[in-house]
Design a binder for this molecule. Structure first.
Ligand SMILES: Nc1nc2c(ncn2[C@@H]2O[C@H](COP(=O)(O)OP(=O)(O)OP(=O)(O)O)[C@@H](O)[C@H]2O)c(=O)[nH]1
Length: 540
């Protein structure tokens, strides 16, 4: 009996100890305050949560949605562990707030001014005497302020209004320009059918960082490992999000913002990509010079004092492991080796079976990947010419137009049609006709750049979208294709023959503000080229 009681008490005590241990090892919650309502702007953090990157890093992260009035500063970071803000947050640091920037997520700021196209307000100088929504809690938005100042416009020359975060005000007559994000408002305006113009600080020499990730000096002091783990897992989340944009859009709709449409979030994703530049710059990269430049801009505007200091503002990740002492390395090595030996002995039994399963699974995954690649290829390719098809042209073309709009870059379209193609078929037969289509496709693919979007969109009709190309450049390219086609010698059973082609060219902008409208303009130009005798390029 005595033994039973002792055994029971021992068991109970060990269970209690185990549960206390479990409680202690459960990571405490760290909170990230988002600056706005759920949308693609925070894609990296959703991805890090959903993909388990935070969990793998031993973190328990909670995301807090933001909204009007959310302000990421020292006061917030006294209560919340992390938050995201715009590049002008450097002002708060210079004023003495103990905040630290962990990563620069958007390399360029999305902040812009938006006007109605019909009002003809296209530059900062046009805003003199106008009503502009550019105050946040009574303070002018620094980037807009700097842009106006660069253009010699004083704040007292403008009627300043508090930001309402509602693009519909542009519909009425109460305001002439409002502040917005190039990642959000242009899409909303297009959906409402409002024609608008963007006045971007970037075009007037003001280039602040967009979203940056912040923490407090206090958290960095007491939990440096967790801060570093959070930074790394968040950036891993961002890399994942930018490589799987459509999946993250689905996740946002399913979990965070069911009221947003897929179209809206995809448009935002593309706009975010154009400000983040993940293919050019390592995500999160911080350039100290750019922060200094931002601070100088604010000092020029007398927003901050000229003798500012940025010491301690930019986070320095811990030194890489190779710089730790040799003794530590040896200790780590011994622990790892001991662990590996124990693990290998324990796992040896199941090893063979497991590796066979892995090989099998890899084979199946490879097959599925190949099948998927193949079906994607089929869905977007014209099987005769190997060029893209209509579907590819319209889907990728829409994205390209969106980027041109957000980035304020040029874009043009070329529409091309082989002349008297019916005669080729009639004289030499359909097989030779097919051969001609393939030869012309080869010429186009040889002459255009890899980022141009090309497709055979009809029988003997081809279309090309040329990003970052103006009308002159597009006409030049069309002429090169026209010459190459005219120089082509084709063979048939009845001897050789030549062909020509006609071209219609048009550029994005003005009435040509959609792929449909661009296509219509190109079509009109092509019709004119045919009408004027064929074998020529006409632009409108
Ligand atoms: N071989 C072949 N012919 C095709 C294909 N698709 C369409 N066609 C033919 O292309 C011809 C197009 O003729 P039309 O639209 O009258 O134009 P056209 O003879 O080129 O005359 P213009 O465009 O006015 O210079 C038709 O005879 C179609 O049958 C294809 O994939 N292969």
């Amino acid at each position: 009996m005595k033994i039973t009681i002792i055994t029971f008490v021992t068991l109970w005590l060990s269970m209690l100890a185990m549960s206390t241990y479990a409680k202690n090892t459960q990571p405490s919650v760290l909170r990230l305050q988002l600056s706005w309502q759920h949308q693609f702007q925070f894609a990296g953090y959703y991805a890090a949560l959903d993909q388990g990157f935070y969990r793998e890093a031993g973190l328990n992260i909670e995301l807090l949605e933001g909204g009007p009035g959310t302000l990421c500063d020292g006061k917030m970071l006294a209560k919340i562990d992390f938050c995201n803000a715009s590049g002008s947050v450097v002002k708060q640091r210079v004023e003495g707030q103990p905040i630290v920037v962990l990563a620069s997520i958007l390399q360029h700021s999305p902040i812009v001014l938006i006007t109605k196209k019909k009002d003809g307000l296209f530059t900062p100088r046009d805003l003199v005497g106008k009503r502009v929504e550019m105050l946040l809690s009574g303070v002018p938005i620094p980037e807009i302020h700097a842009m106006l100042s660069n253009q010699g416009v004083e704040l007292n020359e403008i009627k300043l209004y508090e930001n309402t975060t509602n693009v519909s005000v542009l519909l009425g007559d109460s305001i002439d320009a409002l502040y917005g994000f190039s990642t959000n408002e242009p899409f909303q305006l297009r959906e409402k059918g409002i024609e608008y113009k963007i006045i971007s600080p970037r075009h007037y020499g003001v280039d602040f960082y967009g979203d940056v990730l912040l923490t407090s000096e206090r958290l960095l002091q007491v939990r440096p490992d967790q801060v570093e783990a959070f930074r790394k897992a968040s950036l891993r989340g961002w890399r994942y999000a930018m490589n799987h944009q459509a999946d993250i859009v689905d996740l946002i709709i399913a979990k965070y913002a069911p009221h947003h449409s897929r179209r809206r979030l995809m448009a935002e994703a593309k706009a975010i990509e154009s400000l983040m530049l993940p293919n050019l710059i390592e995500i999160g990269h911080i350039n100290a010079e750019r922060w200094r430049h931002t601070a100088d801009t604010l000092a020029d505007l007398a927003i901050i004092k000229p003798d500012y200091s940025l010491d301690g503002f930019i986070y320095e990740p811990p030194k890489p492991p190779e710089e730790t002492s040799n003794l530590t390395m040896v200790r780590v090595l011994i622990i790892v080796l001991s662990f590996l030996t124990v693990a290998m002995v324990a796992l040896w039994g199941g090893y063979i079976r497991l590796s066979q399963e892995i090989i099998e699974r890899r084979k199946v995954q490879k097959r599925l990947r190949r099948d998927k690649e193949l079906s994607d290829k089929i869905a977007y390719t014209d099987d005769l010419s190997g060029m893209g098809n209509r579907r590819l042209f319209y889907e990728r073309g829409n994205d390209a137009i969106l980027l041109a709009e957000v980035d304020h870059t040029t874009l043009s379209m070329v529409l091309m049609d082989i002349d008297h193609f019916k005669q080729v078929n009639d004289n030499y037969g359909h097989l030779v006709g097919d051969q001609v289509i393939c030869e012309v496709a080869d010429i186009i693919l040889r002459i255009i750049r890899s980022r141009d979007i090309q497709a055979r969109i009809g029988g003997e009709e081809f279309a090309i979208i040329l990003p970052e190309t103006d009308l002159v450049g597009a006409v030049e390219l069309a002429e090169r294709i026209r010459h190459a086609v005219a120089e082509l010698t084709l063979e048939s059973g009845e001897g050789s023959f030549t062909i020509t082609a006609s071209f219609g060219v048009s550029a994005y902008g003005g009435v040509n503000d959609s792929i449909k409208q661009l296509m219509q303009s190109c079509d009109e130009a092509l019709y004119q080229a045919k009408h004027q005798g064929r074998n020529q390029v006409v632009s409108v």
